[in-house]
Ligand binder design. Structure first.
Ligand code: SAM
Length: 314
């Protein structure tokens, strides 16, 4: 298949990653308009009040079957949504469905001690706090000062009161507080391949195989740190918005190899149909059979491409 408006190396990699029956729709998704989704912030509002209120402003929000707080509006209504005063009040938060889904898979409960290891701008951290009902403890980490300001602003606007922010490199956390957390979310910095848009060449300006390799080194350090910080019996969710196996399967395999007696992959039962199981092979690299338990969400008009792996500490 030729797709001349995307970088050829990127398309050629996707041909090796995406199952043949899904390739055409995945390539198409880089060109098609996307719906916009949002989450009602249950720390400040209830869906049953908020949706009728939004309707009076002309917004037709469709519910999402697998998450009570998640809603979708058509691409044509995006601007109406992004200008809603309910965003400034923190009643709603614009967030991709793949991101919302990731947090729902972490089995977050109030009173836990939880960690978001790469947290800015705070979409997932604020969702975790909402699922904790602002109870228990949530530590959020971000090393880039400017992004930390955005993170702090999100947490404040959304009424999060159980979070403590740490301006630091996530790779140092495991050494400082080993065995501390019930849940660890690692939404890792990545090559952001899902942000590539066919009609915006600027969207792949910084994409390269070298960038993938660079991110991969950092991700390995981060997942190791996140796993060290996890208490026995706890759960770590690793995710990226990249398709690249070097940033996904390879990172998880390295963790399983480093902690053979402790790290176990958990099944991921997704409430959607647009996904494929983790790869068994990419180029010359083979991955063990258990990697089949990881998931790649396939992009469509609602979802961005995403990779998910759920790991527990035995
Ligand atoms: N989870 C966030 C959300 O839902 O809003 C998005 C996280 S974004 C994919 C990855 C974040 O990791 C970025 O804010 C980036 O600055 C941060 N990051 C980069 N290097 C890091 C490091 N060494 N330790 C922790 N975070 C890092």
């Amino acid at each position: 298949m030729n797709d001349h408006s995307l970088p050829p190396e990127f398309v050629s990699r996707l041909q090796q990653i995406i199952e043949p029956q899904n390739l055409a729709s995945v390539l198409e998704s880089f060109h098609a308009p996307k719906h916009t989704s949002f989450r009602v912030n249950t720390l400040k509002a209830r869906s049953s009040d908020m949706i009728p209120r939004l309707r009076t402003t002309g917004l037709d929000a469709e519910p999402v079957a697998w998450c009570e707080e998640a809603f979708v509006v058509s691409a044509a209504q995006r601007s109406l949504l992004t200008h809603s005063p309910r965003i400034d009040t923190g009643d709603i938060y614009i967030q991709g469905l793949s991101s919302i889904l990731a947090v729902t898979l972490l089995d977050v409960q109030p009173e836990q001690t939880n960690l978001d290891l790469a947290a800015a701008p705070g979409g997932k951290a604020s969702h975790i706090a909402a699922l904790m009902h602002n109870q228990g403890k949530l530590s959020v980490v971000e090393p880039i000062r400017k992004r930390m300001y955005r993170l702090a602003d999100t947490l404040k606007r959304l009424g999060v009161t159980n979070a403590k922010t740490y301006l630091m490199d996530g790779r140092k956390v495991g050494g400082k507080v080993p065995g501390r957390f019930d849940r660890v979310l690692l939404d890792a910095p990545c090559s952001s391949e899902s942000r590539i848009r066919g009609d915006e060449s600027g969207s792949w300006k910084y994409w390269s195989e070298r960038k993938i390799r660079e991110q991969s080194r950092k991700q390995s350090g981060l997942i190791r740190s996140g796993f060290e910080a996890l208490r026995p019996g706890g759960i770590l969710l690793y995710c990226t918005c990249s398709f690249a196996p070097e940033e996904n399967e390879a990172i998880v395999v390295r963790l399983l190899d480093e902690y053979p007696d402790q790290a176990r992959l958990m099944p991921l039962d997704l409430p959607i149909k647009n996904w494929q199981a983790g790869l068994q092979k990419f180029g010359t690299q083979e991955f063990p059979g258990e990697l089949e338990q990881t998931r790649r969400i396939l992009p469509d008009s609602n979802f961005d491409g995403f990779f998910l792996a759920k790991v527990t500490k035995v």
